[in-house]
Design a binder for this molecule. Structure first.
Ligand code: RIB
Length: 304
């Protein structure tokens, strides 16, 4: 595959508070540290792909506020082409309120802001950007009809589609059928398909026409399913500081590996390595690894 990786998705500012433990409903707990990081599943995956060595273009929306400018600059500093990132007058940029507990586990609430205004019409204006792409990367922090239109444009131009169905939601079978690589976690897979058992859900997706399902399992690696075989790719044991964006790191690095012609399992190894490096560092985009870090991590693979 040659050509750029196109990301159509969300761009958020992450407002992160560290706390010993997450509060229960109705409870107030005191946090220990507050930080802001550029985030958003779409933007994180764009940066992850660019740092992994991909040529990346992004379509999205930011607000006409100071966060919007900071987020755009952050993408540009990471060599993501932002020509198709629109500034939305009168809208706030997407914001994610994140709490991180002592184990690095997170809870996230997103106020979509400008992301919710990325419309199918916006994509029609950017159709030429789909033409030269090899892979389209999608998530679910923008309207579903925009995701559907992006898939339709990708099909028109022969672009492979990767969907990371996060945040979790039920998805129409005709949309799932057009995805080439579905990358959910277990919860997202169950909600997307309505089927609880991972291998049964994967088989149902293959029946619809989805050729590859890669279920991310955190530190336990990934379960890879195609109509021909099912494989568990082992994870890495690393010290966890912050799990935010680990899934995004996986998706971005996986996409680059595929675009470079690596086979499915090699691409999953790349994704696993990128995710493992990411959880060892704080923040969303600042934690995403460079290509050299992924290759060095795989060379020193302690599982062998
Ligand atoms: O996947 C992590 C991301 O989810 C965060 O950066 C946050 O912005 C939310 O979109």
């Amino acid at each position: 595959m040659s050509g750029h990786i196109l990301v159509v998705g969300s761009i958020n500012m992450d407002l992160v508070v560290r706390t010993e433990r997450h509060p229960k409903p109705g409870e107030t707990v005191l946090g220990t540290q507050f930080q802001t990081f550029p985030g958003g599943k779409g933007a994180n995956q764009a940066v992850a792909a660019a740092r992994s060595g991909g040529k990346v273009k992004m379509i999205g929306r930011v607000g006409s506020d100071p966060f919007g400018e900071t987020l755009r600059k952050g993408l540009q500093e990471n060599r993501v082409d932002t020509t198709c990132v629109l500034t939305t007058p009168g809208a706030s940029s997407g914001v994610a309120l994140i709490t991180l507990d002592a184990q690095g586990q997170n809870t996230i609430v997103v106020a979509s802001g400008a992301n919710a205004l990325l419309s199918p019409q916006d994509l029609r204006d950017f159709a030429p950007v789909f033409e030269g792409a090899s892979i389209l990367l999608l998530q679910l922090e923008i309207p579903l009809e925009t995701v559907a239109r992006a898939i339709a444009l990708a099909k028109l131009y022969g672009v492979k589609v990767i969907l990371n169905p996060a945040p979790a939601q039920p998805l129409p079978p005709n949309l799932l059928a057009q995805v080439d690589y579905l990358i959910p976690n277990q919860y997202e897979l169950a909600l997307a398909t309505g089927i609880q058992v991972v291998s049964l859900a994967a088989d149902a997706l293959h029946g619809l026409g989805t050729p590859a399902v890669i279920v991310t399992l955190g530190g336990n690696g990934a379960f890879v399913s195609t109509p021909e075989k099912k494989v568990h790719v082992q994870g890495h044991t690393v010290p966890v500081v912050d799990t935010v964006a680990a899934g995004d790191a996986f998706v971005g690095a996986f996409a680059v590996a595929l675009a470079e012609g690596k086979d499915l399992l090699e691409a999953v190894e790349w994704g696993n390595a990128a995710g493992a490096i990411t959880v060892m560092r704080p923040g969303a985009q600042p934690s995403l690894p460079l290509r050299e870090e992924i290759t060095a991590f795989l060379q020193n693979d302690r599982r062998k």
